[in-house]
Design a protein around this ligand. Structure first.
Ligand code: FRU
Length: 515
């Protein structure tokens, strides 16, 4: 159940919110159902995690026959990175996931690095069986022996196909389908069908740029273009490419996503994008206009689902950062995925800005068991007990000065701040005091993201889980995703600030329901 705080009032008060009957179960969660996640420290309640061991990038995301497939970089023998496999899970609603056996194992050509998957409609590849379209996975083989012997051509693009809804895959005998001309970083193919050209298009990263190839059948590929920033020396990875309609218009633009391994806005690794056009061969856009899909530190390698229903553009990222991913303090597994987000393109003057908002399917997590009573106390803050997994929607008049801080805390005096800085017109997430951080010198820090100057009110949508916060501000124009590791989950929220003209607030408990 939601509640309304008051409208519009100056907040020099404390709301004491009585929450009754609020269960906080984590056992039967969105994974296999046969787990004991509730007892595991830092295990998210509603974010996707591998049941055990190491995970990084999302891979092969494709929708087919009522199922969203999520493959991912996976090392089943350790909680740190190693010989890469593709782990696998499926979901009917993007929220409740079922783990399936490992889909792709390393072989004589190498480890199975990141890539994508498509439904080969019309069976252009000939891999289909019994008149049914195959799922074709396109990935990078990373040859460790080649790398160790000092060669430069140890990454190349390969195929595998499935005729049983992704349950089993057969590697293509003709692998690799794109050989390496001697470029050390040559990986992470994303394949899409180009309707106008009636061809497959592949985009992948080649060190500091992306390359485009086309094919009639997924097997024979011809290079058609490149896109990069002149003089850029950062490492590009995990590109994505898709057309998108501009909101409230008939115009279509193309988005090129690319994850960048260095110098992200708040340090380390992050996902960026360009807006431009694509003629079936190459991408044309202003290389100077590289934007960040997420200003937080923990959204890497975000890519979108192929073949998603209703023309929606839905994606998710790996909720970590290569700066510290391998040393974060979880025990049986490492890493989670971000919430799935729907992407929309918004035109602001002559500018195009990608908005990301959590998918509407997340509503299945919302419970109606919070009962709240409010009373006014003379203080400069608003305080409420909250479930440790919750969705918070806050709206206040844009202040002209000072900070509005939303502080999540626990009984151990640990806290996480999320807020708005009026002078600088930035949103921020400060995890300096949010728990364990000694595993990496960069971790305990305050991070910022640029606010849109257009908005009159500040509308914040926040998803809190046991080890992460996702802030969607300005209607998804400024997103910040950050992880943290408190010694116990945060159970209290406080609003700190002076003369905040509060408009409304909802706090909704989130819970994974028994399936
Ligand atoms: C990105 C990345 C990819 C690569 C994979 C290896 O996080 O470095 O470029 O394919 O991880 O696990």
């Amino acid at each position: 159940m939601k509640y309304f705080i008051g409208s519009p009032i100056l907040l020099l008060m404390v709301f004491s919110l009585l929450i009754s009957g609020c269960k906080n179960k984590t056992s039967d969660n969105n994974h296999s159902g046969k787990n004991n996640y509730a007892s595991e420290k830092h295990r998210p309640l509603y974010h996707f995690t591998p049941d055990s061991m190491w995970m990084n990038d999302p891979n092969g995301m494709v929708y087919h026959d009522g199922e969203y497939h999520l493959f991912y970089q996976y090392y089943p023998d350790s909680t740190v990175w190693g010989p890469m496999h593709w782990g696998h899970a499926v979901s009917k609603d993007l929220v409740q996931w079922q783990h399936l056996p490992v889909a792709l194992y390393p072989d004589s050509l190498g480890y199975i690095f990141s890539g994508s998957a498509v439904v080969d409609k019309g069976n252009t590849s000939g891999f289909g069986k019994d008149g049914k379209d195959p799922i074709v996975a396109v990935f990078t083989h990373h040859n460790m022996d080649g790398e160790k012997s000092g060669r430069n051509d140890f990454q190349y693009q390969s195929l595998a196909y499935s005729n049983d809804n992704g349950r089993t895959f057969t590697k293509y005998k003709g692998n690799p389908v794109i050989k390496n001309p001697g470029i050390k970083d040559f990986r992470d193919p994303k394949v899409i069908w180009h309707e106008a050209e009636q061809k497959w298009v592949m985009v992948f990263a080649a060190y500091d740029k992306v390359l485009f190839y086309t094919s009639p059948d997924l097997k024979e590929w011809t290079k058609t273009g490149e896109f990069g920033i002149a003089g850029d020396k950062r490492l590009w990875e995990c590109p994505d490419l898709f057309p998108i309609k501009v909101e409230d218009s008939n115009e279509t633009k193309w988005i090129l996503i690319t994850s960048i391994q260095q110098q992200a806005p708040n340090g380390g690794t992050a996902t960026s994008y360009f807006v431009g056009d694509f003629d079936g061969k190459t991408f044309k856009g202003d290389p100077k206009l590289q934007r960040w899909l997420d200003f937080g530190t923990d959204n890497y390698a975000l890519v979108t689902w192929s073949n998603a229903p209703d023309g929606r553009i839905v994606g998710l990222g790996w909720m970590s950062n290569w700066q510290y991913a391998q040393v974060v303090p979880t025990q049986r597994w490492r890493s989670a995925m971000t919430l799935p987000r729907e992407l929309k393109l918004y035109k602001q003057g002559d500018d195009y800005v990608l908005r990301s908002m959590p998918v509407k399917e997340l509503a299945v997590l919302e419970t109606d068991i919070i009962y709240m009573e409010s009373r006014i106390i003379n203080d400069s803050s608003l305080t409420s007990a909250i479930p440790s997994a919750s969705k918070l929607e806050f709206s206040f008049k844009k202040p002209k000065k000072g900070l509005v801080t939303i502080r999540f805390s626990n009984a151990k005096n640990e806290y996480l701040d999320v807020g708005y800085d009026a002078e600088r017109q930035t949103y921020f997430v400060d995890r300096t005091k949010a728990g364990k951080s000694d595993f990496n010198e960069n971790f305990a820090a305050r991070h910022t993201g640029q606010a849109s100057y257009k908005h009159e009110n500040i509308d914040l949508l926040i998803y809190l889980d046991h080890a992460s916060v996702e802030l969607f501000a300005d209607n998804g124009q400024c997103v910040m995703t950050e992880i943290f590791f408190p010694s116990q989950p945060f159970h209290k929220v406080q609003i700190l600030g002076d003369n905040i003209e509060w408009l409304s607030g909802n706090i909704t408990a989130l819970e994974i329901k028994k399936q």
